[in-house]
Design a protein around this ligand. Structure first.
Ligand SMILES: *[C@@H]1O[C@H](CO)[C@@H](O)[C@H](O)[C@H]1NC(C)=O
Ligand SMILES: *[C@@H]1O[C@H](CO)[C@@H](O)[C@H](O)[C@H]1NC(C)=O
Ligand SMILES: *[C@@H]1O[C@H](CO)[C@@H](O)[C@H](O)[C@H]1NC(C)=O
Ligand SMILES: *[C@@H]1O[C@H](CO)[C@@H](O)[C@H](O)[C@H]1NC(C)=O
Ligand SMILES: *[C@@H]1O[C@H](CO)[C@@H](O)[C@H](O)[C@H]1NC(C)=O
Length: 568
């Protein structure tokens, strides 16, 4: 986002900024200036604080980023032993906060994220003291040559990279019998809504951390639901952007055609702020060259709770009937549809995904898996060989298999390496430039696009088709969008009832429980994030599901007011 300021104006602005900083030095006010209109005892709870509140109160001198960062670090310490959500805290976070406070005091405010702590999934590389390991010991101590593009963009927008969150190891591209939210480095992550509850994955730690207010929000990555599912399971808003809207450069990959980096936050507006900060073209990820915008939209700017007025929203319920959607999800979904209709949308029911049965066949016989497998083989090799320091000299999938089998902390064979074995044994070509890869990619776009989401969007609503589809939380429905690289937004929809029977998997991880949150999905055409965000915002504002719903069974207690006296 470049500003178009003429050199003359620029000079004038610099002069004014200088003047202001001189004024602010000569009238040097204490940290808690008189401008702050809030009694410290009434500062917003970090379970619910928003970016708008943080930036207003930082501006008014109610607290500093330094103090805010201290409070978040204390919260992480308070609950990490229970939830395992935050793998590493950035040892430089307080220094960065202090620098950003000084910048603000001198009159430079970079934007809405200035001084706001954000956590990153442990597959998003940073060139700082934090490791980037995908939860595996194989990469502990590895060093990248520079920040991933999304991390660099966050930094330049003024966000504080507070640390790295745990995940399903290798974003779930390793084992066929591990559990969501488990990695060798941090063990099993669990969700705040029931002891031992599966956090979903693979951006599990980002989900739990954003939910419990261990940072303002977090970045996750999504190949096939890895942002969306942990967002709905942790009562959050999650955005899986169109593939290419956010750069994957120096993000540990699975599949270049499906991977997408996106925000996970407690409100739609906060997720939109973060998305605008990380989106954009990047020469190191050529998929971003397809971005159709001259300037990345300010997704947060014109949000309006009346966005359903005049919208054409489709429901592929012919597909829902073939899926095992839990009764509470279905009930809340039906209510949501009536609410959306009541707020002025035209609802188009009985839509279908023409290729759904074919999609099932190709899923069952692993054809769709092979596409990701092929890309993983190719893409991981590139990531590993681009490292500046590669402590275990791991260069490809074979090396990874060898390492993982040998390091007992990786819990092999109890947790298998089946997906890597499949990549190397079952896939009949070496990299993703072979004809098979091309054929499967066309198949993916067809099944998820014309035969899936795009076909349904075009099947009603006149010449221009529909604006979006709305659907209940379902791994299959997200996958159908993901295989075609399409965007998905999830917003809190409801919770399983209090009398839900608790279910566990073979490893004792809870898979269904009272109060377990679930979400509502909006899905659309490539680059239609703004529409999906608008609908999610309207739904959130009218329903306030997150705010009114059940609370987590354990919460951190540290708050900003506990750190008001601290100074660097
Ligand atoms: C990164 O890993 C190394 C071990 O190689 C460890 O010493 C260091 O503390 C880790 N960094 C952080 C920020 O935890
Ligand atoms: C959080 O707990 C996990 C599991 O014990 C551990 O691996 C991780 O390093 C802890 N994080 C911090 C910041 O101490
Ligand atoms: C990006 O580059 C790869 C290989 O260099 C190519 O296969 C792919 O089609 C390119 N993608 C775009 C969107 O240009
Ligand atoms: C999967 O099923 C499709 C459709 O029947 C078939 O064309 C394809 O060859 C099968 N692939 C594998 C790997 O079995
Ligand atoms: C996971 O799979 C591996 C290899 O197939 C097997 O040895 C191991 O016992 C399995 N673990 C569990 C808990 O089923």
């Amino acid at each position: 986002m470049h500003s178009h300021i003429s050199p003359k104006k620029h000079w004038l602005l610099t002069f004014l900024a200088l003047l202001l900083s001189v004024v602010s030095i000569t009238t040097a006010t204490p940290v808690c200036s008189k401008k702050c209109k809030i009694d410290p005892a009434k500062l917003p709870d970090l379970m619910a604080i928003t970016i708008d509140e943080i930036s207003t109160q930082l501006r008014d001198g109610c607290f500093t980023s330094y103090q805010l960062t201290q409070a978040y670090m204390a919260r992480i310490r308070q609950v990490n032993c229970t939830f395992h959500a935050v793998l590493e805290v950035n040892p430089d976070a307080l220094d960065i906060a202090k620098t950003l406070d000084e910048e603000r005091a001198s009159g430079k405010v970079r934007g809405p994220l200035h001084g706001v702590p954000i956590l990153l999934k442990d597959n998003i590389a940073t060139r700082d003291k934090l490791n980037t390991t995908s939860g595996s010991y194989a990469l502990l101590g590895a060093r990248v040559k520079r920040d991933s593009t999304v991390a660099a963009k966050l930094r330049s927008s003024g966000a504080i990279i507070l640390g790295k969150t745990g995940l399903s190891e290798w974003s779930n591209h390793r084992s066929d019998n591990s559990t969501s939210g488990w990695s060798a480095r941090h063990g099993q992550i669990t969700s705040g809504y029931y002891p031992g509850l599966r956090p979903e994955g693979s951006s599990s730690g980002s989900g739990v951390a954003a939910d419990l207010g261990l940072a303002l929000g977090a970045l996750g990555t999504d190949t096939s639901g890895s942002i969306i599912a942990p967002s709905w399971r942790n009562n959050l808003v999650g955005i899986r952007p169109t593939v290419g809207l956010t750069s994957r450069a120096l993000v540990i990959p699975i599949s270049e055609r499906q991977d997408s980096v996106g925000p996970m936050a407690r409100t739609v507006k906060d997720a939109a702020y973060i998305l605008s900060a990380i989106a954009g073209k990047c020469s190191a990820d050529n998929y971003t060259s397809a971005i159709p915008f001259k300037q990345i939209p300010e997704y947060w700017k014109d949000l309006n709770k009346d966005s359903f007025k005049g919208a054409k929203i489709g429901i592929p319920d012919a597909v829902f009937k073939k899926l095992d959607i839990p009764a509470p999800f279905k009930e809340e979904f039906d209510k949501a549809v009536e609410m959306i209709r009541g707020n002025g949308a035209s609802i188009y029911k009985d839509l279908d995904f023409k290729s759904y049965d074919q999609y099932n066949v190709f899923t069952a016989n692993h054809t769709l898996y092979m596409a990701c497998g092929l890309e993983f083989k190719t893409n991981i090799k590139k990531y590993l060989n681009d490292l500046e320091f590669n402590p275990n000299n791991i260069r490809n999938t074979e090396d990874l298999m060898k390492y993982t089998k040998a390091d007992r902390r990786e819990e092999y064979p109890d947790r298998s390496i089946y997906l890597w074995e499949a990549d190397t044994k079952l896939i009949p070509c070496e990299d993703n430039t072979c004809k098979l890869a091309w054929d499967i990619t066309q198949l993916r776009y067809q099944l998820g696009g014309e035969g899936g989401i795009l076909g349904a969007l075009a099947s009603a609503g006149g010449k221009d088709g529909l604006d979006a589809l709305v659907m209940p939380a379902s791994d299959t429905l997200v996958d159908i969008a993901a295989i075609a690289g399409l965007p998905v937004v999830t917003v809190p929809l409801g919770f399983r009832p209090k009398d839900t029977e608790v279910k566990k998997d073979e490893r004792g991880v809870v898979t269904a429980a009272p109060n377990e949150p679930f979400g509502l999905l909006f899905v659309g055409k490539a680059w239609d994030e703004q529409k999906l965000i608008n609908y999610a915002y309207a739904f959130e504002q009218k329903t306030q599901v997150r705010r009114k719903g059940p609370k987590q069974y354990k919460m951190p207690t540290a708050q900003i007011k506990d750190y008001m006296q601290t100074k660097p």
